[in-house]
Design a protein around this ligand. Structure first.
Ligand code: ATP
Length: 361
């Protein structure tokens, strides 16, 4: 079982600026008082009692911690320490300063497929490592793929947020309804038994977007997106994929496969000719092809706008909740203690697919 320290985190770390926020709390820069070294602190609100609707179950945080403790890889965010107080758990993790991979790419003028592949390779190496350890991430998406230091000549990829990850025990059947509509595999929507293959579907979607700036299953609403996924309703629109090699399309096609057992594994991806070319002709093709940068920038700007919109909506809901708390007194206290546990948007399927709704047998 994961051991959480009972020391007051502030005695050992100086708490600094907010680096980001999630559904269940904030991530802040922290400085270790003894050494002066900078880390990130992920502050997760805990449920106050069995009846409480808000905050995270301690068991769920333990699961995230145990998984992070079991993973030590250059492309996966490292966990240093865990502290627990009455209301929250604080994960002290590696500080990842380089921001999101997609933001880094969107700042560039141009990116060849060869350059994009260097990043894909690192993502695949991290994912292959965790899959070999029978861990599935279940929330791979651009927001969870960061760069350690974007000024480095070859920046290191770091996969973050293992809040929905699961370690499969032998013979275990595991189902989950968690994830983000655009990136989830059909078996999640259908509430079927899952495997590490669900992550490979998400990698197919991420690669599709990276090359074209289009999201393969995106509908007008989340409902429509989910229907498109289940119906496998996607194509390579020629106007968006005019600069893409056939090898890249083949790579994506072998990931966006409905049958889990027929989807490429991370190990297989690493030896696919798009990632590991077999001859000079293949190398030359990758070098000549580039990602659809104009459209990718548009996709990324829309994505960032949506993220800020969600953040503002969450803040507005929090303010409304505070007013409610004042009006209704102490019975509303628990709402106040969990301000960050709010829905993304008003859309129903996204709220159905909230994290950590899972079952195992
Ligand atoms: P979600 O609600 O998306 O599941 P979460 O509560 O599990 O989120 P994370 O996704 O782990 O939280 O982190 C929230 C944000 O904080 C990230 O999107 C990222 O911007 C920032 N962040 C997370 N970990 C780090 C880190 N180690 N270093 C720097 N920033 C980080």
């Amino acid at each position: 079982m994961a051991v959480f320290k009972l020391d007051n985190v502030e005695d050992l770390y100086e708490i600094g600026n907010i680096l980001g926020s999630g559904h269940f709390g904030q991530v802040r820069e922290v400085r270790e008082r003894a050494t002066g070294v900078l880390w990130a602190g992920k502050f997760l609100k805990l449920k106050k009692g069995a009846g409480s609707r808000l905050g995270l179950e301690r068991k769920s945080v333990e699961k995230e911690v145990e998984i992070l403790q079991s993973l030590q890889h250059q492309n996966i965010m490292a966990l240093k320490d865990v502290f627990e107080s009455r209301a929250e758990v604080v994960l002290i993790v590696e500080l990842i300063k380089g921001g999101e991979l997609f933001d880094f790419i969107a700042e560039k003028e141009n990116l060849t497929e060869t350059e994009a592949i260097e990043f894909m390779k690192q993502i695949l190496e991290g994912v292959s490592y965790m899959h070999l350890k029978n861990v599935a991430h279940f929330d791979l998406k651009p927001e969870n793929i960061m760069l350690l230091d974007k000024l480095a000549p070859n920046p290191d990829i770091k996969i973050i947020d293992f809040g929905m990850a699961h370690h499969f025990n032998q013979g275990e059947e595991y189902k989950s309804l968690g994830g983000t509509p655009q990136y989830i595999a059909p078996e999640i929507i259908n509430y079927e038994p899952l495997s590490t293959a669900a992550d490979m579907w998400s990698i197919g979607v991420i690669t599709y977007i990276l090359l074209s700036g289009l999201s393969p299953f995106q509908g007008e609403t989340d409902e429509e997106t989910l229907r498109n996924i289940v119906a496998m309703n996607y194509e390579f629109e020629p106007s968006y994929f005019s600069q893409t090699t056939n090898m890249a399309k083949d790579f994506i096609q072998k990931l966006l496969v409905k049958e889990q057992s027929e989807r490429m594994t991370a190990e297989e991806c690493l030896v696919h000719p798009w990632i590991k070319p077999l001859n000079r002709t293949q190398i030359a093709k990758r070098n000549r092809s580039s990602i659809n940068m104009k459209n990718f920038k548009k996709f990324n700007a829309r994505r960032k706008w949506k993220m800020s919109f969600n953040m503002v909506s969450a803040c507005n809901r929090f303010c409304r909740l505070q007013l409610l708390c004042k009006a209704h007194g102490p019975e509303q206290q628990e709402l106040r203690d969990c301000e960050s546990d709010q829905e993304d948007t008003g859309t129903k399927p996204a709220s159905l697919l909230r994290r950590r709704l899972s079952s195992s047998s």
